[in-house]
Ligand binder design. Structure first.
Ligand SMILES: Cc1cc2nc3c(=O)[nH]c(=O)nc-3n(C[C@H](O)[C@H](O)[C@H](O)COP(=O)(O)OP(=O)(O)OC[C@H]3O[C@@H](n4cnc5c(N)ncnc54)[C@H](O)[C@@H]3O)c2cc1C
Length: 495
Protein backbone atom coordinates (compact mmCIF):
# COMPACT_ATOMS: atom_id res chain seq x y z
CA UNK A 1 0.00 0.00 0.00
CA UNK A 2 1.47 3.30 -1.07
CA UNK A 3 0.30 6.90 -0.93
CA UNK A 4 0.69 9.36 -3.78
CA UNK A 5 -0.56 12.87 -4.51
CA UNK A 6 -1.54 11.80 -8.00
CA UNK A 7 -1.94 8.39 -9.61
CA UNK A 8 -2.14 8.39 -13.42
CA UNK A 9 -3.72 5.48 -15.27
CA UNK A 10 -1.94 4.70 -18.55
CA UNK A 11 1.53 5.64 -19.79
CA UNK A 12 0.67 6.82 -23.30
CA UNK A 13 1.68 10.33 -24.27
CA UNK A 14 -1.18 11.88 -22.26
CA UNK A 15 -0.39 10.00 -19.05
CA UNK A 16 3.35 10.56 -19.27
CA UNK A 17 3.00 14.27 -19.99
CA UNK A 18 0.70 14.73 -16.99
CA UNK A 19 3.29 12.82 -14.97
CA UNK A 20 6.07 15.14 -16.12
CA UNK A 21 4.15 18.37 -15.45
CA UNK A 22 2.88 17.41 -12.01
CA UNK A 23 6.14 15.85 -10.80
CA UNK A 24 8.00 18.93 -12.05
CA UNK A 25 5.69 21.15 -10.01
CA UNK A 26 6.23 19.18 -6.81
CA UNK A 27 3.49 16.54 -6.78
CA UNK A 28 4.32 12.98 -5.76
CA UNK A 29 3.23 11.15 -8.89
CA UNK A 30 2.84 7.52 -9.92
CA UNK A 31 2.03 6.45 -13.51
CA UNK A 32 0.57 2.95 -13.84
CA UNK A 33 0.86 1.03 -17.11
CA UNK A 34 -0.65 -2.37 -17.85
CA UNK A 35 1.84 -3.25 -20.59
CA UNK A 36 5.44 -4.31 -19.96
CA UNK A 37 6.78 -1.12 -21.54
CA UNK A 38 5.63 2.48 -21.24
CA UNK A 39 4.48 4.59 -24.18
CA UNK A 40 1.06 3.43 -25.43
CA UNK A 41 0.94 4.64 -29.05
CA UNK A 42 4.49 6.00 -28.66
CA UNK A 43 5.87 2.51 -28.21
CA UNK A 44 8.11 0.86 -30.76
CA UNK A 45 8.74 -2.85 -30.98
CA UNK A 46 11.57 -4.83 -32.56
CA UNK A 47 11.54 -7.42 -35.31
CA UNK A 48 14.91 -8.95 -36.29
CA UNK A 49 16.56 -6.17 -34.31
CA UNK A 50 14.80 -3.37 -36.23
CA UNK A 51 12.67 -0.87 -34.36
CA UNK A 52 9.15 -0.42 -35.72
CA UNK A 53 7.02 2.55 -34.61
CA UNK A 54 3.33 2.08 -33.87
CA UNK A 55 1.27 5.23 -33.44
CA UNK A 56 3.26 8.38 -34.19
CA UNK A 57 4.75 8.93 -37.64
CA UNK A 58 5.19 12.68 -37.70
CA UNK A 59 4.22 15.64 -35.56
CA UNK A 60 3.72 19.33 -36.22
CA UNK A 61 4.58 22.73 -34.70
CA UNK A 62 7.98 21.55 -33.57
CA UNK A 63 10.19 24.31 -34.98
CA UNK A 64 11.78 26.78 -32.63
CA UNK A 65 9.21 29.24 -31.30
CA UNK A 66 6.24 27.03 -32.24
CA UNK A 67 3.78 25.78 -29.68
CA UNK A 68 4.66 22.09 -29.46
CA UNK A 69 8.33 22.98 -29.28
CA UNK A 70 7.55 25.26 -26.33
CA UNK A 71 5.72 22.48 -24.46
CA UNK A 72 8.60 20.04 -25.00
CA UNK A 73 11.02 22.67 -23.72
CA UNK A 74 8.93 23.07 -20.57
CA UNK A 75 8.84 19.28 -20.08
CA UNK A 76 12.66 19.39 -20.22
CA UNK A 77 12.83 16.84 -23.04
CA UNK A 78 13.35 18.86 -26.23
CA UNK A 79 17.14 18.83 -26.27
CA UNK A 80 17.21 15.09 -25.56
CA UNK A 81 14.94 14.09 -28.47
CA UNK A 82 16.38 13.12 -31.86
CA UNK A 83 14.10 14.78 -34.42
CA UNK A 84 14.28 15.48 -38.14
CA UNK A 85 12.52 18.25 -40.01
CA UNK A 86 10.65 16.95 -43.03
CA UNK A 87 11.01 18.23 -46.60
CA UNK A 88 10.02 21.91 -46.42
CA UNK A 89 8.89 22.03 -50.05
CA UNK A 90 6.83 18.86 -49.95
CA UNK A 91 6.49 17.22 -46.55
CA UNK A 92 3.15 15.69 -47.58
CA UNK A 93 2.54 14.63 -51.16
CA UNK A 94 -1.03 13.96 -52.26
CA UNK A 95 -1.71 11.80 -55.30
CA UNK A 96 -5.20 12.51 -56.53
CA UNK A 97 -6.75 11.94 -59.96
CA UNK A 98 -3.32 10.89 -61.29
CA UNK A 99 -1.72 14.21 -60.38
CA UNK A 100 0.66 15.12 -57.60
CA UNK A 101 0.03 17.97 -55.12
CA UNK A 102 2.69 19.01 -52.61
CA UNK A 103 2.08 20.54 -49.21
CA UNK A 104 4.85 23.05 -48.45
CA UNK A 105 5.82 24.08 -44.95
CA UNK A 106 4.76 27.52 -43.69
CA UNK A 107 1.24 28.74 -44.35
CA UNK A 108 2.29 31.25 -47.04
CA UNK A 109 4.33 28.65 -48.91
CA UNK A 110 1.45 26.21 -48.59
CA UNK A 111 -0.97 28.75 -50.04
CA UNK A 112 1.38 29.85 -52.84
CA UNK A 113 2.31 26.37 -53.96
CA UNK A 114 -1.36 25.36 -54.25
CA UNK A 115 -2.16 28.64 -55.96
CA UNK A 116 0.22 27.63 -58.77
CA UNK A 117 -2.03 24.63 -59.43
CA UNK A 118 -5.31 26.45 -58.79
CA UNK A 119 -4.76 30.02 -60.06
CA UNK A 120 -8.50 30.79 -60.04
CA UNK A 121 -8.79 30.07 -56.33
CA UNK A 122 -6.77 33.00 -54.96
CA UNK A 123 -9.57 34.30 -52.72
CA UNK A 124 -10.82 30.89 -51.64
CA UNK A 125 -7.37 29.61 -50.75
CA UNK A 126 -6.56 32.77 -48.90
CA UNK A 127 -9.79 32.56 -46.92
CA UNK A 128 -9.17 28.90 -46.15
CA UNK A 129 -5.59 29.51 -44.93
CA UNK A 130 -6.77 32.45 -42.84
CA UNK A 131 -9.42 30.29 -41.18
CA UNK A 132 -6.79 27.67 -40.28
CA UNK A 133 -4.60 30.39 -38.81
CA UNK A 134 -7.47 31.87 -36.80
CA UNK A 135 -8.31 28.54 -35.22
CA UNK A 136 -4.70 27.72 -34.56
CA UNK A 137 -4.02 31.10 -32.96
CA UNK A 138 -6.23 29.99 -30.05
CA UNK A 139 -3.36 27.81 -28.81
CA UNK A 140 -0.50 30.17 -29.67
CA UNK A 141 2.65 30.73 -27.64
CA UNK A 142 1.43 34.34 -27.29
CA UNK A 143 -1.59 33.03 -25.38
CA UNK A 144 0.71 31.17 -23.00
CA UNK A 145 2.55 34.41 -22.35
CA UNK A 146 -0.77 35.97 -21.36
CA UNK A 147 -1.53 33.15 -18.96
CA UNK A 148 -3.95 31.28 -21.21
CA UNK A 149 -3.67 27.66 -22.33
CA UNK A 150 -6.17 28.34 -25.09
CA UNK A 151 -8.60 31.02 -26.11
CA UNK A 152 -11.56 31.24 -28.42
CA UNK A 153 -14.92 29.60 -28.48
CA UNK A 154 -16.10 26.15 -29.35
CA UNK A 155 -17.99 27.35 -32.41
CA UNK A 156 -15.70 25.71 -34.97
CA UNK A 157 -16.33 22.35 -33.26
CA UNK A 158 -19.87 22.60 -34.55
CA UNK A 159 -18.84 23.31 -38.16
CA UNK A 160 -18.61 20.48 -40.64
CA UNK A 161 -15.11 20.21 -42.14
CA UNK A 162 -16.56 18.98 -45.43
CA UNK A 163 -19.12 21.76 -45.77
CA UNK A 164 -16.82 24.53 -44.54
CA UNK A 165 -14.21 23.64 -47.14
CA UNK A 166 -16.84 23.24 -49.87
CA UNK A 167 -18.17 26.70 -49.01
CA UNK A 168 -14.70 28.26 -49.01
CA UNK A 169 -13.14 27.00 -52.24
CA UNK A 170 -15.13 26.29 -55.40
CA UNK A 171 -12.82 23.94 -57.28
CA UNK A 172 -13.84 20.35 -56.54
CA UNK A 173 -10.29 19.05 -56.99
CA UNK A 174 -8.91 21.64 -54.57
CA UNK A 175 -11.63 20.76 -52.04
CA UNK A 176 -10.27 17.23 -52.15
CA UNK A 177 -6.61 18.17 -52.10
CA UNK A 178 -7.14 20.22 -48.92
CA UNK A 179 -8.27 17.06 -47.11
CA UNK A 180 -5.49 14.94 -48.59
CA UNK A 181 -4.26 14.01 -45.11
CA UNK A 182 -7.69 13.15 -43.71
CA UNK A 183 -6.39 9.76 -42.59
CA UNK A 184 -4.72 11.62 -39.72
CA UNK A 185 -8.16 12.31 -38.26
CA UNK A 186 -10.18 9.50 -39.91
CA UNK A 187 -12.06 12.17 -41.83
CA UNK A 188 -15.72 11.51 -42.43
CA UNK A 189 -17.99 13.82 -44.48
CA UNK A 190 -20.85 13.34 -42.04
CA UNK A 191 -19.09 13.86 -38.69
CA UNK A 192 -15.63 15.51 -38.84
CA UNK A 193 -15.58 19.00 -37.37
CA UNK A 194 -13.60 21.85 -38.88
CA UNK A 195 -11.64 22.50 -35.66
CA UNK A 196 -10.03 19.03 -35.70
CA UNK A 197 -9.20 19.33 -39.38
CA UNK A 198 -7.70 22.81 -38.89
CA UNK A 199 -5.64 21.99 -35.79
CA UNK A 200 -4.04 18.87 -37.24
CA UNK A 201 -3.57 20.28 -40.72
CA UNK A 202 -2.16 23.61 -39.62
CA UNK A 203 0.26 22.18 -37.06
CA UNK A 204 1.90 20.04 -39.76
CA UNK A 205 2.05 22.97 -42.18
CA UNK A 206 3.61 24.95 -39.33
CA UNK A 207 6.55 22.57 -38.90
CA UNK A 208 6.43 18.80 -39.53
CA UNK A 209 9.04 16.52 -37.95
CA UNK A 210 9.83 12.85 -37.59
CA UNK A 211 11.47 11.15 -34.63
CA UNK A 212 14.84 9.66 -35.48
CA UNK A 213 15.38 5.93 -34.79
CA UNK A 214 12.16 5.36 -32.84
CA UNK A 215 9.26 7.04 -31.11
CA UNK A 216 9.99 4.85 -28.08
CA UNK A 217 12.86 7.27 -27.28
CA UNK A 218 10.23 9.92 -26.57
CA UNK A 219 8.38 7.69 -24.10
CA UNK A 220 11.68 6.65 -22.48
CA UNK A 221 12.79 10.28 -22.09
CA UNK A 222 9.45 11.26 -20.53
CA UNK A 223 9.71 8.32 -18.10
CA UNK A 224 13.27 9.35 -17.22
CA UNK A 225 12.09 12.90 -16.63
CA UNK A 226 9.30 11.79 -14.27
CA UNK A 227 11.74 9.63 -12.33
CA UNK A 228 14.32 12.39 -12.08
CA UNK A 229 11.55 14.68 -10.73
CA UNK A 230 10.96 12.09 -7.98
CA UNK A 231 7.94 10.36 -9.56
CA UNK A 232 7.36 6.73 -10.41
CA UNK A 233 6.37 4.94 -13.61
CA UNK A 234 5.38 1.33 -13.01
CA UNK A 235 4.78 -1.16 -15.82
CA UNK A 236 2.83 -4.46 -15.68
CA UNK A 237 0.42 -2.67 -13.35
CA UNK A 238 -3.06 -2.96 -14.81
CA UNK A 239 -5.67 -0.96 -12.93
CA UNK A 240 -8.71 -3.14 -12.27
CA UNK A 241 -10.75 -0.93 -10.00
CA UNK A 242 -11.11 2.69 -8.86
CA UNK A 243 -12.38 2.63 -5.29
CA UNK A 244 -14.66 5.41 -4.08
CA UNK A 245 -15.55 6.51 -0.54
CA UNK A 246 -17.99 9.36 0.19
CA UNK A 247 -18.06 10.36 -3.49
CA UNK A 248 -14.28 10.75 -3.58
CA UNK A 249 -11.81 8.36 -5.20
CA UNK A 250 -9.78 6.88 -2.37
CA UNK A 251 -7.64 4.17 -3.92
CA UNK A 252 -6.76 2.17 -7.00
CA UNK A 253 -6.72 -1.63 -7.17
CA UNK A 254 -4.26 -3.38 -9.45
CA UNK A 255 -4.48 -6.77 -11.13
CA UNK A 256 -1.47 -7.76 -9.04
CA UNK A 257 -3.66 -7.35 -5.93
CA UNK A 258 -1.84 -4.19 -4.81
CA UNK A 259 -3.77 -1.18 -3.58
CA UNK A 260 -2.53 2.38 -4.09
CA UNK A 261 -3.90 5.46 -2.35
CA UNK A 262 -3.98 8.85 -4.01
CA UNK A 263 -5.37 12.32 -3.42
CA UNK A 264 -6.09 12.66 -7.15
CA UNK A 265 -6.47 10.17 -9.96
CA UNK A 266 -5.99 11.06 -13.62
CA UNK A 267 -7.18 8.54 -16.17
CA UNK A 268 -5.72 8.70 -19.67
CA UNK A 269 -7.68 5.71 -20.96
CA UNK A 270 -11.02 5.80 -22.77
CA UNK A 271 -13.71 7.40 -20.54
CA UNK A 272 -16.01 4.36 -20.97
CA UNK A 273 -13.19 2.09 -19.77
CA UNK A 274 -12.40 4.51 -16.93
CA UNK A 275 -15.95 4.51 -15.59
CA UNK A 276 -16.22 0.74 -15.96
CA UNK A 277 -13.42 0.64 -13.39
CA UNK A 278 -15.16 3.03 -10.96
CA UNK A 279 -16.97 1.30 -8.12
CA UNK A 280 -20.74 1.72 -8.11
CA UNK A 281 -21.54 5.23 -7.01
CA UNK A 282 -24.71 7.37 -6.93
CA UNK A 283 -22.93 10.22 -8.74
CA UNK A 284 -22.28 8.04 -11.77
CA UNK A 285 -25.67 7.19 -13.21
CA UNK A 286 -26.32 4.17 -15.40
CA UNK A 287 -27.56 6.47 -18.18
CA UNK A 288 -24.17 8.23 -18.19
CA UNK A 289 -22.34 4.91 -18.55
CA UNK A 290 -24.68 3.85 -21.33
CA UNK A 291 -24.03 7.14 -23.11
CA UNK A 292 -20.24 6.75 -22.82
CA UNK A 293 -20.43 3.25 -24.28
CA UNK A 294 -22.67 4.41 -27.12
CA UNK A 295 -20.27 7.12 -28.34
CA UNK A 296 -18.81 6.29 -31.71
CA UNK A 297 -15.06 5.64 -31.86
CA UNK A 298 -12.90 6.30 -34.92
CA UNK A 299 -11.97 3.37 -37.13
CA UNK A 300 -8.70 1.58 -36.50
CA UNK A 301 -5.67 1.55 -38.79
CA UNK A 302 -4.02 -1.40 -40.47
CA UNK A 303 -0.24 -1.14 -40.60
CA UNK A 304 2.18 -2.83 -43.00
CA UNK A 305 5.89 -2.55 -42.19
CA UNK A 306 8.18 -3.20 -45.15
CA UNK A 307 11.87 -3.53 -44.38
CA UNK A 308 14.53 -2.96 -47.05
CA UNK A 309 18.30 -2.74 -47.17
CA UNK A 310 19.03 1.00 -47.30
CA UNK A 311 20.44 0.84 -50.83
CA UNK A 312 17.30 -0.87 -52.13
CA UNK A 313 14.88 1.74 -50.85
CA UNK A 314 16.54 5.05 -49.94
CA UNK A 315 14.95 7.25 -47.29
CA UNK A 316 12.26 9.72 -48.47
CA UNK A 317 11.72 12.71 -46.19
CA UNK A 318 8.05 12.96 -47.17
CA UNK A 319 4.73 11.24 -46.58
CA UNK A 320 2.78 10.05 -49.60
CA UNK A 321 -1.00 9.95 -49.53
CA UNK A 322 -2.36 7.94 -52.46
CA UNK A 323 -6.02 7.98 -53.57
CA UNK A 324 -7.53 6.03 -56.42
CA UNK A 325 -10.97 7.59 -56.87
CA UNK A 326 -12.16 11.16 -57.43
CA UNK A 327 -13.50 11.72 -53.90
CA UNK A 328 -10.99 11.53 -51.03
CA UNK A 329 -13.64 11.32 -48.29
CA UNK A 330 -15.38 8.41 -50.03
CA UNK A 331 -12.10 6.74 -50.97
CA UNK A 332 -11.05 6.58 -47.31
CA UNK A 333 -14.44 5.21 -46.26
CA UNK A 334 -14.41 2.65 -49.07
CA UNK A 335 -10.99 1.45 -47.90
CA UNK A 336 -12.25 1.18 -44.35
CA UNK A 337 -15.14 -1.02 -45.38
CA UNK A 338 -13.64 -3.15 -48.14
CA UNK A 339 -10.72 -3.52 -50.51
CA UNK A 340 -7.78 -1.16 -49.98
CA UNK A 341 -8.30 1.85 -52.26
CA UNK A 342 -6.15 4.52 -50.56
CA UNK A 343 -2.87 4.29 -48.69
CA UNK A 344 -0.58 6.49 -46.64
CA UNK A 345 3.11 5.73 -47.13
CA UNK A 346 5.50 6.97 -44.41
CA UNK A 347 9.11 6.20 -43.62
CA UNK A 348 11.00 5.99 -40.36
CA UNK A 349 14.06 8.22 -40.09
CA UNK A 350 17.00 6.10 -38.96
CA UNK A 351 20.66 6.63 -38.13
CA UNK A 352 23.30 3.93 -37.97
CA UNK A 353 21.05 1.29 -39.45
CA UNK A 354 21.57 -0.71 -42.64
CA UNK A 355 17.82 -0.89 -43.12
CA UNK A 356 14.96 1.41 -44.01
CA UNK A 357 11.39 0.93 -42.82
CA UNK A 358 8.45 1.92 -45.03
CA UNK A 359 5.07 1.88 -43.32
CA UNK A 360 1.77 1.63 -45.19
CA UNK A 361 -1.29 2.75 -43.27
CA UNK A 362 -4.98 2.49 -44.12
CA UNK A 363 -8.25 2.15 -42.20
CA UNK A 364 -10.00 -1.16 -41.61
CA UNK A 365 -13.46 -1.38 -40.08
CA UNK A 366 -14.31 -3.65 -37.19
CA UNK A 367 -16.81 -5.42 -39.46
CA UNK A 368 -13.92 -6.65 -41.63
CA UNK A 369 -12.23 -8.05 -38.53
CA UNK A 370 -15.42 -9.75 -37.31
CA UNK A 371 -14.20 -13.37 -37.39
CA UNK A 372 -11.26 -12.64 -35.07
CA UNK A 373 -12.78 -10.16 -32.62
CA UNK A 374 -12.75 -12.65 -29.77
CA UNK A 375 -9.17 -13.77 -30.33
CA UNK A 376 -5.96 -12.46 -28.78
CA UNK A 377 -2.75 -11.25 -30.39
CA UNK A 378 -0.50 -14.06 -31.61
CA UNK A 379 -3.29 -16.60 -31.46
CA UNK A 380 -5.80 -15.68 -34.16
CA UNK A 381 -5.26 -18.59 -36.53
CA UNK A 382 -4.30 -19.00 -40.17
CA UNK A 383 -7.41 -17.31 -41.62
CA UNK A 384 -6.34 -14.08 -39.91
CA UNK A 385 -2.83 -14.40 -41.36
CA UNK A 386 -4.38 -14.88 -44.81
CA UNK A 387 -6.58 -11.81 -44.32
CA UNK A 388 -3.55 -9.71 -43.33
CA UNK A 389 -1.55 -11.03 -46.29
CA UNK A 390 -4.37 -10.04 -48.64
CA UNK A 391 -4.54 -6.53 -47.14
CA UNK A 392 -0.76 -6.15 -47.42
CA UNK A 393 -0.82 -7.12 -51.10
CA UNK A 394 -3.72 -4.76 -51.85
CA UNK A 395 -1.89 -1.88 -50.16
CA UNK A 396 1.38 -2.57 -52.00
CA UNK A 397 -0.48 -2.70 -55.32
CA UNK A 398 -1.83 0.83 -54.69
CA UNK A 399 1.42 2.29 -53.35
CA UNK A 400 3.68 0.91 -56.09
CA UNK A 401 1.80 2.89 -58.73
CA UNK A 402 3.76 5.91 -57.52
CA UNK A 403 6.65 4.24 -55.70
CA UNK A 404 7.50 1.33 -58.05
CA UNK A 405 10.53 0.14 -56.07
CA UNK A 406 8.29 -0.56 -53.11
CA UNK A 407 7.41 -4.06 -54.28
CA UNK A 408 11.00 -5.09 -55.00
CA UNK A 409 13.72 -6.42 -52.70
CA UNK A 410 11.67 -6.44 -49.50
CA UNK A 411 13.88 -8.11 -46.86
CA UNK A 412 10.94 -8.93 -44.62
CA UNK A 413 7.60 -7.48 -43.57
CA UNK A 414 5.30 -7.39 -40.60
CA UNK A 415 1.61 -6.47 -40.34
CA UNK A 416 -0.66 -5.27 -37.53
CA UNK A 417 -4.42 -4.77 -37.57
CA UNK A 418 -6.62 -2.62 -35.31
CA UNK A 419 -7.03 -5.75 -33.15
CA UNK A 420 -3.28 -5.61 -32.44
CA UNK A 421 -3.69 -2.01 -31.22
CA UNK A 422 -6.71 -3.04 -29.15
CA UNK A 423 -4.75 -5.80 -27.45
CA UNK A 424 -1.65 -3.69 -26.76
CA UNK A 425 -3.15 -0.32 -25.76
CA UNK A 426 -6.67 -1.25 -24.64
CA UNK A 427 -8.24 1.21 -27.11
CA UNK A 428 -11.87 0.10 -27.64
CA UNK A 429 -12.28 -1.92 -30.85
CA UNK A 430 -8.75 -0.94 -31.89
CA UNK A 431 -9.91 2.61 -32.62
CA UNK A 432 -6.96 4.74 -33.78
CA UNK A 433 -8.09 8.14 -32.50
CA UNK A 434 -10.76 7.43 -29.88
CA UNK A 435 -14.13 9.14 -29.60
CA UNK A 436 -15.36 10.70 -32.84
CA UNK A 437 -15.78 14.44 -32.25
CA UNK A 438 -18.97 14.84 -34.22
CA UNK A 439 -19.76 18.39 -35.35
CA UNK A 440 -23.47 17.71 -34.84
CA UNK A 441 -22.98 17.19 -31.11
CA UNK A 442 -19.81 18.90 -29.87
CA UNK A 443 -21.01 19.03 -26.30
CA UNK A 444 -21.62 15.31 -25.97
CA UNK A 445 -18.55 14.12 -27.86
CA UNK A 446 -16.03 16.47 -26.25
CA UNK A 447 -15.25 15.26 -22.74
CA UNK A 448 -14.58 17.72 -19.94
CA UNK A 449 -11.39 16.94 -17.99
CA UNK A 450 -13.35 17.17 -14.73
CA UNK A 451 -15.71 14.37 -13.74
CA UNK A 452 -18.50 14.10 -11.21
CA UNK A 453 -16.01 12.65 -8.75
CA UNK A 454 -14.11 15.72 -7.61
CA UNK A 455 -10.67 14.09 -7.51
CA UNK A 456 -10.97 12.02 -10.70
CA UNK A 457 -9.76 13.82 -13.85
CA UNK A 458 -9.56 12.71 -17.46
CA UNK A 459 -6.87 13.21 -20.07
CA UNK A 460 -5.68 11.55 -23.33
CA UNK A 461 -6.87 11.51 -26.90
CA UNK A 462 -10.54 10.89 -26.12
CA UNK A 463 -11.02 14.17 -24.31
CA UNK A 464 -10.37 16.70 -27.04
CA UNK A 465 -8.26 16.66 -30.22
CA UNK A 466 -6.23 13.44 -30.65
CA UNK A 467 -2.65 13.23 -31.95
CA UNK A 468 0.57 14.32 -30.31
CA UNK A 469 -0.25 18.01 -30.13
CA UNK A 470 -3.92 17.56 -29.18
CA UNK A 471 -3.04 15.12 -26.39
CA UNK A 472 -0.35 17.51 -25.11
CA UNK A 473 -2.75 20.45 -24.93
CA UNK A 474 -5.32 18.29 -23.14
CA UNK A 475 -2.67 17.11 -20.65
CA UNK A 476 -1.99 20.76 -19.83
CA UNK A 477 -5.71 21.43 -19.31
CA UNK A 478 -5.94 18.40 -17.01
CA UNK A 479 -2.91 19.41 -14.94
CA UNK A 480 -4.18 22.99 -14.79
CA UNK A 481 -7.05 21.70 -12.62
CA UNK A 482 -4.41 21.15 -9.94
CA UNK A 483 -1.82 23.79 -10.83
CA UNK A 484 -4.00 26.65 -12.05
CA UNK A 485 -4.30 27.67 -15.71
CA UNK A 486 -2.46 30.96 -15.50
CA UNK A 487 0.40 29.52 -13.43
CA UNK A 488 0.90 26.61 -15.83
CA UNK A 489 0.55 28.66 -19.03
CA UNK A 490 3.18 31.14 -17.83
CA UNK A 491 5.52 28.34 -16.72
CA UNK A 492 5.29 26.75 -20.17
CA UNK A 493 5.84 30.10 -21.86
CA UNK A 494 8.86 30.99 -19.77
CA UNK A 495 10.60 27.61 -20.17
C1 LIG B 1 -1.79 3.87 -36.39
C2 LIG B 1 -1.77 5.22 -35.75
C3 LIG B 1 -1.03 6.24 -36.33
C4 LIG B 1 -0.98 7.50 -35.73
N1 LIG B 1 -0.17 8.47 -36.28
C5 LIG B 1 -0.04 9.65 -35.65
C6 LIG B 1 0.90 10.62 -36.13
O1 LIG B 1 1.61 10.40 -37.12
N2 LIG B 1 0.98 11.82 -35.47
C7 LIG B 1 0.22 12.09 -34.36
O2 LIG B 1 0.36 13.18 -33.80
N3 LIG B 1 -0.65 11.18 -33.88
C8 LIG B 1 -0.79 9.97 -34.48
N4 LIG B 1 -1.65 9.03 -33.97
C9 LIG B 1 -2.46 9.38 -32.78
C10 LIG B 1 -1.65 9.34 -31.50
O3 LIG B 1 -0.81 8.20 -31.49
C11 LIG B 1 -2.59 9.28 -30.29
O4 LIG B 1 -3.58 10.28 -30.38
C12 LIG B 1 -1.86 9.44 -28.96
O5 LIG B 1 -0.62 8.83 -28.94
C13 LIG B 1 -2.76 8.88 -27.86
O6 LIG B 1 -2.15 9.00 -26.59
P1 LIG B 1 -2.97 8.64 -25.28
O7 LIG B 1 -2.06 8.87 -24.13
O8 LIG B 1 -4.28 9.32 -25.27
O9 LIG B 1 -3.36 7.08 -25.40
P2 LIG B 1 -2.51 5.75 -25.58
O10 LIG B 1 -1.24 5.98 -26.29
O11 LIG B 1 -3.46 4.74 -26.15
O12 LIG B 1 -2.15 5.32 -24.08
C14 LIG B 1 -3.04 4.69 -23.19
C15 LIG B 1 -2.20 3.79 -22.29
O13 LIG B 1 -3.03 3.28 -21.25
C16 LIG B 1 -2.66 1.93 -20.99
N5 LIG B 1 -3.79 1.28 -20.31
C17 LIG B 1 -5.01 0.97 -20.82
N6 LIG B 1 -5.79 0.42 -19.86
C18 LIG B 1 -5.06 0.40 -18.72
C19 LIG B 1 -5.32 -0.05 -17.38
N7 LIG B 1 -6.50 -0.57 -17.03
N8 LIG B 1 -4.34 0.06 -16.45
C20 LIG B 1 -3.13 0.60 -16.79
N9 LIG B 1 -2.83 1.03 -18.03
C21 LIG B 1 -3.78 0.95 -18.99
C22 LIG B 1 -2.37 1.39 -22.38
O14 LIG B 1 -1.61 0.20 -22.34
C23 LIG B 1 -1.62 2.57 -23.00
O15 LIG B 1 -0.23 2.49 -22.76
C24 LIG B 1 -1.71 7.75 -34.53
C25 LIG B 1 -2.47 6.73 -33.94
C26 LIG B 1 -2.49 5.48 -34.54
C27 LIG B 1 -3.27 4.37 -33.87
Amino acid sequence: MENFDVVIIGSGLGGLECGVMLSKEGYKVCVLEKHHIAGGCLQSFKRKGISLDTGIHYVGSLSDGQVFNQYLKYFGVLDKLRIKKMDENAFDVIYFEDRQYNYSMGIENFENSLLEKFPNEKDGLNKYCKSLQDIYSSISVENLKNGLLSSGSLNTFSLSAYETIANTVKDRTLQNVLVGTLGLYAGDKHTTNFYNHAMIHYSNIDGAYRFVNSTQQWADILVEQIRSNGGEVLTRKEVTSIEVKDNIVESIMLKTGEKIFAKYVISSIHPANTFDLVEKNPLIKKAYLTRLHSLQNSCGMFTVYLIYKKENFPYINQNHYIYTTNDIWDNFKQTCNGKVASVLVVMQATENSDYNVVTLLFPVSLAQLGPWINTVSGNRGSSYEEFKEEKKNEAIAIAKQYLPKLSENIEFYYTASPLTYRDYTGTPDGSAYGIVKDYHSPFTTLMPVKTRLANLLLTGQNVNVHGALGVTLTAAHTCAELLGKEFLAKKIWSA
